[in-house]
Each structure stands twice: as C-alpha cells, then as structure tokens.
Design a protein around this ligand. Structure first.
Ligand SMILES: Nc1nc2c(ncn2[C@@H]2O[C@H](COP(=O)(O)OP(=O)(O)OP(=O)(O)O)[C@@H](O)[C@H]2O)c(=O)[nH]1
Ligand SMILES: [Zn+2]
Length: 304
C-alpha cells in the first residue's frame, strides 16, 4: 500500500492510506539515504507500507521525493534533518513585533528555499500590533522583497486581516509553515481549519516569546486537497551544503552581476570593481541584503 507521512515522532510515523491514518514503524533494514541526515523518513514523504498486525504498519520504502528541505543544525555535534518533503511552497511566518524576526533570519530562510528550489512566501503576522512606524517598515520590506520575487502578505490571526488571501495561496497545495517560536503558526492553523486543535502557547511576559509548543513537524489537511505542515519554532538556521561561490546564486538580485566583477576571483568583500558592491552603492541591491550576504559568507561553519 502507498501512503503519505503526516507526522513523525522519532520511532512512530502516522501514515495516511486511503483516507485512514495508520501508525507505522520503520522496517529494521531501512537505512539512511544520506548519512548526514538523521531521519530516513520525513513528513510529506510518500511511502510504501505493509500491515504488521491489524492496527499497525511497517514502512518499507520511501518513494522518490519531488523535493525536500533540510534543516541544518547550527550546533556542530547535532545532526541535520529533513524538515519535510514533497512541498509546493514554504510560508515563512514572521513578525515585526512580539517577537521581532530579524532580517538575517528571513534571508537565511530564503537562501535555504532557493537552494532547495522551493518557492517562498513571507507572511507578516500580528498586523494588529503594528503602529504607524511598524506599518511603514512592513511597506518598505514588502517593496524590497517583492522586487526579488517573494510575495509578502500582511496578516493577523487576531483580526483576520489578510487571511482570505492567505487561504487562496494555500488552496490545492502542500505548504510548509516555518518561523520562530511564538510568531503564530499554530494560531493560524487553527484559524484556517478549526477542526484542528493545535496547542497554542501563551506569550511569556518576560521574554515576549511564545513558550515552545510544537515539538514535531506535522501535516494537516486543512481543507480538500490542501495541506499545511506545521514545524517546530526555529531559533537559528544554518545553511545546508552551500559553498562560497554558490551563495550568491541564491540571492536573486545578485545573479545578473555574477561574473561582472573586475577580478575573476573576487570575494565580493573588499575588492575594487566588485559588481555586487557597486550595485549596492547604486541602489540596485538593498544594503541589508548585501550585509546579510556577507554575514552568511563569513559564517562558514553554518553553511557546509
Ligand atoms: N496580537 C496577536 N497575537 C497573535 C497573533 N497570532 C498569534 N498570536 C499570539 O501569539 C502567541 C504565540 O502563538 P502560537 O500560535 O503558539 O505560535 P507558534 O508560532 O505556533 O509557536 P511555536 O509552536 O512555539 O513554534 C499566542 O499567544 C497567540 O495568541 C496575531 O495575529 N495577533
Ligand atoms: Zn565582487
């Protein structure tokens, strides 16, 4: 039988087969297809299963993936894992307040999506908490990111602002919800599909961040043929397997300047005649994007 993995908790996997959810384990012999990744099976995978007894199944194979996204651990000793597979798009939920998502984090996530060829949408949640300055800051970011080809939405799970548009974007697709803890992923999911009773955390007053609630990635069929994968809050994001020369390819605005520097071995950091720096100085690349590029370039450990 063929089914799709909706949840994985380490040793048990919930697989949906013909409309029914079956708890499955992995066949003992199943090995990792990539030794640098800790989980052989991930949410969104299509798998082959056989029944072990009346209720429980055994996963014996993973069908070829259309794509996947790997979350690299930023701590050296911990291993990296696949967050999800077979997804149409990633929705990065961010907030400008309570908590504030840094642009560095947003750009790391976008670079990750580019490197796995997954379309990304930025959803700015908690619109209801923005004052005029906050709104202006959203408008500037919307302008910058849409110029790069990333759609941005301003939404609020509190007032329903932008939720209809978000629903339109999700319909008929499998979307990954990612973001820091406390940005409202679970609240949004509940709003989209009230039959899902996700735990929603209270913001702890002292730190202004949500108390960690989502421990494992889980896929939900929010309505017909529309799937959302809720993932645990991400604190830091390392980049997976991206070399020095490769990095600029994942900045859409930099692509057209690749090869245009005066020196063919330009590091784009300090050389005269650097096409990236020149473009930034001429206002064609946003300074914060160039800065984030340099910071990712310098953060060698978290990129390979
Ligand atoms: N004002 C306001 N609060 C919101 C909004 N969306 C979510 N919240 C609140 O933010 C807090 C955190 O929301 P969660 O949905 O638990 O956040 P999460 O992203 O799922 O967090 P993790 O599960 O830890 O990753 C809760 O107290 C929500 O009520 C919003 O649009 N406006
Ligand atoms: Zn250069």
């Amino acid at each position: 039988m063929k089914g799709r993995v909706f949840k994985s908790t380490g040793s048990w996997y919930t697989v949906k087969v013909d409309g029914k959810y079956i708890e499955c384990r992995l066949r003992g012999k199943m090995r990792l297809d990539d030794e640098k990744v800790t989980n052989p099976v991930t949410v969104g995978d299509w798998v082959g299963i056989t029944m072990d007894n009346e209720k429980e199944g055994i996963i014996y194979e993973v069908l070829p993936r259309e794509n996947y996204i790997i979350r690299k651990s930023t701590r050296k000793k911990k291993h990296s894992h696949r967050l999800a597979a077979n997804i149409d798009q990633a929705i990065l939920i961010v907030t400008l307040v309570a908590p504030r998502t840094s642009l560095g984090f947003i750009d790391r996530f976008l670079v990750t999506c580019e490197s796995f060829r997954i379309p990304a949408i930025l959803a700015f949640n908690k619109a209801d908490l923005l004052d005029e300055a906050g709104l202006n800051s959203y408008k500037e970011l919307k302008f910058d990111y849409e110029e790069l080809g990333y759609q941005t939405l301003l939404i609020s799970a509190e007032t329903n602002q932008g939720i209809e548009l978000l629903k339109e974007k999700l319909t008929g697709k499998t979307s990954l919800f990612a973001g820091h803890s406390g940005v409202g992923k679970s609240t949004l999911l509940n709003l989209l599909s009230p039959k899902i009773t996700q735990r929603v955390s209270e913001i702890s007053e002292s730190v202004g961040k949500g108390v960690h609630t989502t421990t494992f990635a889980e896929m939900f069929e929010v309505w017909n043929n529309t799937y959302v994968i809720d993932t645990p809050g991400i604190k830091e994001l390392g980049l997976w397997n991206i070399g020095d020369e490769e990095l600029c390819h994942y900045f859409p605005e930099m692509r057209k300047y690749i090869g245009a520097c005066r020196f063919h071995n330009c590091t784009h950091i300090h050389e005269p005649g650097c096409a990236f720096r020149d473009a930034m100085e001429q206002g064609k690349i946003a300074p914060f994007r160039y800065e984030n590029y340099l910071s990712m370039l310098a953060d060698d450990d978290n990129r390979r």
